[in-house]
Design a protein around this ligand. Sequence first.
Ligand code: NAD
Ligand code: LMR
Length: 328
Amino acid sequence: MVKAVVAGASGGIGQPLSLLLKANKAITELALYDVVNTPGVAADISHISTPAVVTGYLPKDDGLKNAFTGADIVVIPAGIPRKPGMTRDDLFKINAGIVQGLIEGIAQYCPKAYILVISNPVNSTVPIAAEVLKRAGVFDPKRLFGVTTLDVVRAETFVAGIVGEKDPSKTTIPVIGGHSGETIVPLFSQAKPSVSIPADKLDALVNRVQFGGDEVVKAKDGAGSATLSMAYAGYRFAEKVIKAVNGEKGIVEPSFVYLPGVPGGDAIAKATGCDFFSVPIELGPSGAEKAIDVVSSANDAEKKLLEACYTGLKGNISKGIEFVQNPP
Ligand code: NAD
Ligand code: LMR
């Protein structure tokens, strides 16, 4: 029995993500929560002939409580997206409060749920979530994930285009650090199977992974940011969590977690100086069961990228923690 909740279910990501979750036969209940339009989205999706019973909730009539109660997994794509010229940090002002409110709901109504945070800026919203859960006395670092899978998906796709691999998903590439610009660090030297990237193409490839989000924001020209590729990526991560929780072994995917609370993470936190950081995570019934150190084996060029990552990321993390500890 798996009850999944999408918070922000009526949005550009929320709708296709809810559709993908409805298609997953391991999910028996799917609750769609948003401040608008969920009755319609839920009615539509509920006609699909898969097991999940679909319900839609608005804030009125205890909607948050009814949506979250009994949830095993909550995916959060709630909040405003970027427009051209904005950074992800520009979203903080509005999205920080949205994420805080939703996490307070999780702390109250489903404190044991696996929480997947998509809302930007992920580098700050995940520390906000951790701080809210800590204050409520229900923080389990193994169950809180910042979703950085889109960076992994982009790295797989863009490298396949260069090396001529027909199925991009066949290559595993650790993408680590955070989820914005220079804090995103793809480690192509650790691709499996290994890839041979021409030297004159490497910098542009790294840059494209780091700024892939901007590419979509620019192309959408004011109509938002990545939604469909994000729904795919968010679903890929959620599906892996569900499979791992149901006992499937050997499932690894990078995610932005609170490292000191995940086995193997403490040493990585010390080496990077960042308590929140994305590394490949081995998933299991308790959630994030092991953080895998790929930092110490980065090559010299990647180490240089990592130095820039640490600087930006530390500021983003402190900003999130500060928001909860000393509210503006
Ligand atoms: P959108 O505006 O299309 O949808 C957001 C939805 O959130 C809307 O339906 C809105 O009503 C809802 N919402 C607002 N406040 C809410 C609240 N308090 N409770 C519940 N729902 C609420 O935006 P989108 O394109 O779907 O993007 C959503 C977020 O995801 C943005 O912050 C965006 O930057 C982020 N994002 C993250 C990644 C990633 O890789 N982690 C990728 C793409 C987008
Ligand atoms: C992305 O990487 O596509 C998302 O974080 C959305 C954005 O603002 O770029």
